[in-house]
Write a protein that binds this ligand. Structure first.
Ligand code: NAD
Length: 313
């Protein structure tokens, strides 16, 4: 039977573009978007949408049965910055959402699950450059703690119940279709809005804070490739890398396109989170297991962002 897909959290930064790409690949009617808030025009117009709260198991089950869903992409989470402000709420949502979906996969209601992890699983004791797939994993943020627990629960459901759950450790994702939802790497999107509107930007991270980043198209392709790959004896939450830069280096790349652009720096509490994360990732396991390779480089991403936003704002 062909896959019928439900995306939960489809109005977010990743969900929006994931829905559109999956609809292109699987057909509009076979990809159901869902969230507690409406999605953008393209998502709402191109296929089915359900208002769905991921904490309500009965409602999820009803939607899954009504649409005969076989695969769920769970894109709901409270992200790093917001999670620091409300640890209990972040833990509750990030864990309840995952449990609800893993339980349904264990009970045979669905066949396959995608659940995203993050570079936030790594902490200050992890090697910073070319961070290995398997290494010291001691997160120092609320968000990272929930992602590490999530990875462990996925592994548990895979080994004890044979649940087919797949994960990526996304780096900071850059896109223009939807604004980001409260993460530490949000500066790398905001900077483009301000470059177009004001030709200047004040960064909330220090100038030399290098973080691993990726253009959204590559993240979406990685997600869909992993879900389609014929792999996996055991659960792996894969490192995937594309490029790394600091605010200063990103500003220099923007300056190539907008020569009058200037940047200043006013680090805030988000600096502490960024300083605890890796600068680059070793993604050789993803390359070997399912042929992962990023396509978009820094300069190409900058041009695409400026062009995309020029028409959107
Ligand atoms: P986002 O905040 O942009 O989107 C999350 C969506 O979930 C929102 O549309 C929100 O309305 C929805 N939502 C919130 N509570 C809900 C509920 N109770 N029921 C249903 N929907 C609910 O997040 P994102 O950036 O798209 O991230 C998606 C996933 O990818 C998350 O697990 C996140 O941790 C992970 N991730 C994202 C990044 C990144 O750079 N964006 C990096 C690493 C990992």
């Amino acid at each position: 039977m062909a896959a019928k897909i439900l995306i939960i959290g489809s109005s977010g930064q990743i969900g929006t573009e994931l829905v559109l790409k999956l609809r292109e690949n699987y057909g509009n009617a076979n990809v159901v978007a869902s969230d507690i808030r409406k999605g953008n025009y393209e998502v709402m117009e191109s296929g089915p949408f359900e208002f769905l709260d991921v904490t309500n198991k009965d409602d999820i089950k009803e939607v899954i049965e009504r649409h005969q869903i076989t695969e769920v992409y769970l894109m709901v989470a409270i992200l790093s910055v917001i999670a620091e402000q409300n640890p209990q709420k972040a833990w509750d949502l990030n864990m309840t959402s995952l449990f609800n979906i893993l339980d349904m996969a264990r009970d045979g209601v669905i066949k396959k699950v995608f659940w995203p992890s993050s570079i936030a699983v790594f902490g200050p004791d992890t090697p910073k450059t070319n961070t290995p797939q398997d290494t010291v994993i001691k997160p120092s943020t609320v968000y990272g703690i929930s992602k590490l627990a999530g990875e462990n629960w996925c592994s548990y459901f895979k080994s004890n119940y044979g649940v087919d759950v797949r994960s990526l450790r996304y780096p900071g994702l850059i896109s223009y279709k939807t604004t980001p939802g409260g993460g530490t790497t949000d500066y790398a999107v905001e900077i483009f809005y301000e470059a177009i509107r004001r030709k200047s930007y004040t960064s909330f991270l220090e100038e030399n804070t290098v973080l691993p980043m990726m253009y959204m198209d590559d993240a979406i392709n990685a997600t869909i490739s992993l879900m389609q790959a014929d792999i996996q004896e055991e659960y792996v939450s894969y490192n995937i890398g594309a490029f790394s830069f600091s605010p200063k280096e990103l500003a220099a790349a923007i300056k190539k396109q907008i020569p009058e652009f200037t940047i200043s720096y006013k680090p805030d509490a988000r600096q502490k989170i960024a300083s605890s994360w890796p600068q680059s990732l070793d993604d050789s396991k993803a390359q070997k297991d399912w042929g992962w390779k990023a396509k978009t480089d820094l300069d190409e991403m900058v041009v695409t962002m400026l062009q995309g936003l020029h028409y959107n704002i």
